[in-house]
Design a protein around this ligand. Structure first.
Ligand SMILES: O=P(O)(O)OC[C@H]1O[C@](O)(CO)[C@@H](O)[C@@H]1O
Length: 242
């Protein structure tokens, strides 16, 4: 595991975008696993800028998003579909048919999970999986539990996750109770994982995830078993590392 700590958000954003740009320059057909939340926004901003400057193209890449809320139409302002359109996918040259995200409004959610896994399977391995980290150690929406799922599945969100994400909604009660998420098995199958964490409020979970016991109580701790993880931290998030 390669842990890099940055003094400024700008340096961190440029480093993250540089890794993704470098991958696309050597492998334009790369399969990217993408994340939502506040954490990747600055990296996406840098990628959009690099694309504007003609330094990187997404035209042959494929994107798979980690997760989506159940019950939100793609056009809902807080859906992860909208998030990705506004922050990256709608701003670069990736064709829409190469962008995938689970549908949270599918009439049969189990069938939707199976469809998403089949699509992932067809594309082989994800080349680079970008991840943020939940305060409770979740990756994607894989919440702490006695067991974790390998493939895409329906998850009931923890109250702490719902309140952490309430800032994206008008009222806290509008935060959906459930989501579809890629499983930990799919995440760990990626060739490379880029975990990004910012802020003092995540320093404790960063320490547990990267240096604590490997346990399903902290899903991100399973990343310790992966052969190629790069972690980008700001100095606050890395403040409790030993
Ligand atoms: O980056 P944030 O907003 O702190 O969110 C943390 C994590 O929770 C999620 O929003 C749930 O999937 C992730 O996308 C994100 O990595």
């Amino acid at each position: 595991m390669n842990i890099l700590t940055f003094r400024t958000q700008e340096e961190l954003n440029k480093a993250g975008a540089g890794i993704i740009t470098g991958l696309l320059q050597t492998n334009p057909r790369a399969v990217l696993g993408l994340a939502t939340g506040s954490t990747p926004i600055g990296i996406y901003r840098e990628l959009v800028e690099s694309h504007r400057q003609g330094l990187v193209s997404f035209s042959k890449a494929t994107a798979f998003n980690l997760d989506e809320y159940v019950g939100l139409e793609p056009g809902h302002p807080a859906s992860y579909y909208t998030f990705m359109q506004e922050h990256l996918l709608g701003l670069v040259d990736i064709p829409p048919q190469q962008c995938h995200i689970p549908s949270g409004i599918a009439p049969d959610l189990q069938a939707e999970c199976t469809r998403y896994d089949s699509l992932l399977e067809e594309h082989g391995q994800i080349d680079l999986q970008l991840l943020g980290l939940g305060h409770n150690g979740h990756i994607g929406f894989n919440e702490p539990d006695a067991t974790l799922e390998g493939g895409t599945h329906l998850v009931e969100l923890k109250e702490s996750t719902r309140s952490a994400n309430a800032r994206f909604f008008d009222k806290p009660e509008q935060v959906p109770t459930h989501a579809l998420t890629m499983g930990v098995g799919t995440i760990l199958k990626a060739k490379m994982i880029l975990l990004v964490v910012r802020g003092a409020d995540k320093a404790e979970i960063v320490q547990r995830a990267l240096q604590g016991p490997i346990t399903t109580d902290c899903p991100a701790s399973l990343l310790q078993t992966h052969p190629h993880v790069v972690v980008l931290l700001d100095s606050e998030a890395g403040g409790l590392l030993k």
